[in-house]
Design a protein around this ligand. Structure first.
Ligand code: IMP
Length: 200
């Protein structure tokens, strides 16, 4: 890695927020992710890690080199972990209002976000990094930062939602930040792997 330069690594996503949040953390590791389009056939599973592994292999096969993928979701205790792996679909369909409605009158508001970062180094070697943040579901949507369920998620130790807190605080404690920090630490101790992406 040249002095001051960053190793650029492709990430298969259409979600700019995911890239921005990942880069917020990875800049400390001299890494910058950039988005690439990979046709995704998402498998149905209740296990985010399984989904992320599958996506990482698909992306590896499509691009012929390791590509970062990330799968995440919101797990609400009183709803038996719903929407979990279906978070993106639930957000697009019933949205924040629908989830708040399901939670009406519910006293147990415990929830967590989980993110799994995965990368295939070969057809047989997929690494995964998991991050989780505990919190609770707010009574109403608040705040304008971030994306998805940020306006209704209050991380533990706060009274404000992720959407009120903004990227700096979110990235000091979020599921995504933890997963990408683990990825960054792993790359730091496996520095040779960076040559897979560096241009000659
Ligand atoms: P996927 O990983 O692209 O399948 O989408 C995960 C979905 O979970 C997103 O579309 C959001 O609805 C939700 N989600 C995941 N991470 C976050 C987050 O950091 N904030 C808010 N919503 C999130």
């Amino acid at each position: 890695m040249g002095r001051g330069s960053r190793v650029r690594i492709p990430m298969a996503t259409r979600n700019r927020n995911k890239i921005d949040e990942a880069n917020y953390v990875l800049r400390d590791f001299g890494i910058e992710l950039y988005p690439v389009n990979v046709e995704k056939l998402e498998i149905q599973s209740e296990d985010l890690e399984e989904i992320a592994r599958f996506a990482a292999l698909q992306a590896y096969q499509a691009l012929g080199k390791p590509v970062v993928v990330e799968d995440s979701g919101l797990f609400i205790e009183a709803l038996g972990g719903f929407p979990g792996p279906y978070s993106s679909y639930v957000y697009k369909t019933i949205g924040l209002k629908g989830v708040l409605k399901l939670m009406e009158g519910e006293e147990n508001r415990k929830a967590y976000f989980e993110a799994v970062v995965a990368i295939a180094l070969s057809e047989r070697d997929v690494k995964t990094f998991v991050g989780r943040v505990e919190g609770r579901i707010a009574g109403e949507a608040r705040g304008s930062h971030g994306f998805g369920f940020d306006p209704i998620f209050i991380p533990m130790g706060f009274d404000t939602t992720f959407a009120e807190l903004g990227i700096e605080v979110k990235c000091s404690l979020s599921h995504r930040a933890k997963a990408f920090r683990a990825f960054g630490e792993w790359l730091r101790t496996n520095i040779d792997i960076l040559s897979l992406w560096e241009t000659p």
